[in-house]
Ligand binder design. Structure first.
Ligand code: FES
Ligand code: FES
Length: 207
């Protein structure tokens, strides 16, 4: 009597052969634990976990040495490794500007720059821009115009505004509005901030 179940189908593969194939594949897949699979992939591709590497960051005029994994952002390095918490982590995706620092004098979202990429550059955080005892013109103007509510966005605005005022003394309100378009304030204190930055722009020097 012929074994109908084991007859080749039109594609030339018997049912028994097909089921056997699946079984072998499943067993082979089952032999690899997630850890084993990860190891096998790393072996195949030559990918290695990088680990921490030493970097020296020049921040507010001082060389700071630290060890970081290459994936660590400048923002996380500042806040978590160097205790410089002025730059704030809000969106962590280059949208709000709360993490703004100066890199070689240019405003940069520190959440979008790797710490290792910042090596050899001049980094200035809000802590290096002025102190309560010695505020720069932007900080003084923010105080004068009460340009904040919760204050969470303020360090980013102060840093971005400082860079803006240095580049655009005597800027008009409209220029200030456009110039600070990369920073967001959820409390909506834009009116006070515009006045403050326009004031600081007029004051020139000291920023
Ligand atoms: S936290 Fe960096 S842009 Fe928002
Ligand atoms: S003052 Fe609260 S987010 Fe700007």
């Amino acid at each position: 009597m012929s074994d109908k179940k084991n007859q080749p189908d039109t594609a030339g593969v018997s049912r028994r052969g097909f089921l056997k194939g699946i079984g072998v594949g499943t067993v082979a897949g089952g032999l690899l634990s997630p850890a084993g699979l990860k190891e096998a992939i790393a072996k195949d591709s030559g990918v290695q976990r990088p680990g921490e590497i030493p970097v020296t960051l020049k921040i507010n005029g001082q060389n700071r040495k630290l060890n970081v994994e290459p994936r660590v952002t400048l923002l996380d390095a500042l806040r978590n490794r160097l205790d410089l918490t002025g730059a704030k982590k809000v969106c962590d995706r280059g949208t709000c500007g709360a993490c703004t620092v100066l890199v070689d004098g240019h405003p940069v979202y520190s959440c979008s720059l790797l710490a290792v990429e910042a090596e050899g550059r001049e980094i200035t955080t809000v802590e290096g821009i002025g102190t309560p005892a010695k505020m720069n013109e932007v900080q003084k103007a923010f105080v004068k115009h009460d340009a904040q509510q919760c204050g969470f966005c303020t360090p980013g605005f102060v840093v971005a505004s400082t860079a803006f005022v240095r580049k655009h003394p005597n800027a008009t309100a409209e220029e200030v509005r456009r110039g600070l378009g990369g920073n967001l304030c959820r409390c909506g204190t834009y009116a006070g901030m515009l006045l403050a930055v326009a004031d600081a722009a007029k004051a020139k020097g000291g920023v």
